[in-house]
Write a protein that binds this ligand. Structure first.
Ligand code: PLP
Length: 382
């Protein structure tokens, strides 16, 4: 099996499995319990938080463990909006986001919209580049509380210029939430030095466990808790902590950070090798290649050939990839990210996403590069 779907999820690293297994055996206590078993769990949680802080370049006290990237995004967006509104109720509160965000961000913004918060989406061009002039204009509107923008796009890998976005937010006095789920573990992040106010990270995208994530909230940043009922995570996220998940996330971030300087160039070279080969196929179009991208991601479509058909054919040949399409009411909806980039619906339905991880080899890439041309030809001949 050749696994090229790392942006969906990654296999846990052996060090993560070992650390989680130890934590589940020896650290099963409730980290809020006063007795020694509870204190052992608390110590594991503290160590995990320190590991995460060191990998992400921030203060451990600013990190809130969550059940993943989706919860971290929701907590930042709802928590920032609720806190700001409580502090200064004002007419016409607004949140600005982008048209290519993950559903975790777009869904949180949509639920704020149902509560009367105006939400505005900034568009991108054909290479996935954000319209910074439009962003600047929107940030200037009175009542704008928050801007939510992703560091790296999950489908195309395109990187947003977070420093420039942050500078625009700073000048407008607007808080910035960065969805760093697809950037963490792939690119160096120094959150304290970044212009962000909040950032979301997810464990399973970087060889950690599923159901483990983090919200970083800069010291002093307003944040109202989303769920109620406990004082965990300094009152910012109620609910008994998942100690083993936090331990796995800490270990995964430590490993990814230690290996990043060698793994990133290697992944970029493998991705470029795959892209170079697949782009030769007639009708191929790479999406977002004109922009800076995370090293592991390739979005490519083959004219006249549905992505889903190729995905199934690749799966039968032992290769795991994904499409950007979502199945909705029995029909395939084209990727909203590619549509936002101006890709016609039929072309967007043809897209495949290849996302590499640290164990992929040149031999695997060459095998996939050899598999694709006959599969595309067969698809077109139907
Ligand atoms: N944000 C981005 C950019 C993602 O790619 C994902 C997952 O695909 C998420 C958020 C949600 O993370 P999780 O799966 O941990 O809930």
């Amino acid at each position: 099996m050749i696994y090229l779907d790392a942006n969906a999820t990654t296999p846990p690293h052996p060090r993560v499995l070992a650390a989680m297994s130890r934590a589940l055996e020896a650290g099963f206590g409730n980290a809020s319990s006063v007795h020694s078993v509870g204190q052992r769990a608390r110590a594991l949680l503290d160590t995990a938080r320190e590991q995460c802080a060191s990998a992400l370049g921030c203060d451990a006290r600013e990190l809130i463990f969550t059940s993943g990237g989706t919860e971290a995004d929701a907590l930042a967006i709802h928590g920032a909006a609720a806190a700001a509104l409580k502090a200064a109720p004002r007419a016409g509160p607004r949140v600005v986001t982008t048209s290519v965000e993950h559903p975790a961000v777009l869904g949180a913004c949509a639920s704020l919209a149902r509560l009367g918060v105006e939400t505005v989406r900034i568009g991108v061009d054909g290479e996935g580049r954000l319209d910074l002039a439009a962003l600047q204009a929107e940030l200037a509107h009175p009542g704008t509380l928050l801007c939510a923008a992703m560091a790296a796009n999950n489908e195309t890998g395109v990187l947003f210029p977070i420093d420039r976005i942050g500078e625009l937010c700073r000048r407008a006095g607007v808080a910035l939430h960065v969805d760093a789920v697809q950037a963490a573990g792939k690119l160096p992040l120094r959150l304290s030095d970044s212009p962000a106010t909040y950032a979301a990270v997810s464990g399973h995208k970087l060889r950690g466990p599923q159901g483990a994530g983090l919200l970083w909230a800069r010291r002093g940043a307003p944040l109202a808790p989303f769920q109620q009922g406990g004082h965990q995570e300094k009152g910012r996220r109620a609910g008994t902590e998942n100690v083993a998940a936090a331990v796995g996330l800490g270990e995964a971030l430590e490993v990814a950070t230690a290996e990043m300087s060698s793994s990133s160039p290697r992944l970029a070279a493998l991705r470029d090798r795959l892209q170079g080969a697949l782009a030769q196929i007639e009708g191929a179009q790479v999406h977002g290649a004109g922009s800076p991208r995370v090293p592991n991601t390739l979005s490519i479509s083959f004219a006249g050939c549905e992505g889903e058909t190729l995905l199934v054919a690749l799966d039968l040949a032992g290769v795991c990839v994904s499409t950007g399409s979502a199945c909705s009411a029995g029909s395939l909806e084209p990727s909203p990210v590619l549509l936002a980039m101006g890709v016609p619906a039929e072309r967007a339905r043809a897209a495949l996403r290849f996302s590499l991880w640290s164990n992929n080899t040149e031999a695997e890439i060459d095998q996939v590069a050899a598999l694709l041309p006959p599969l595309v030809a067969r698809c077109l001949a139907r």
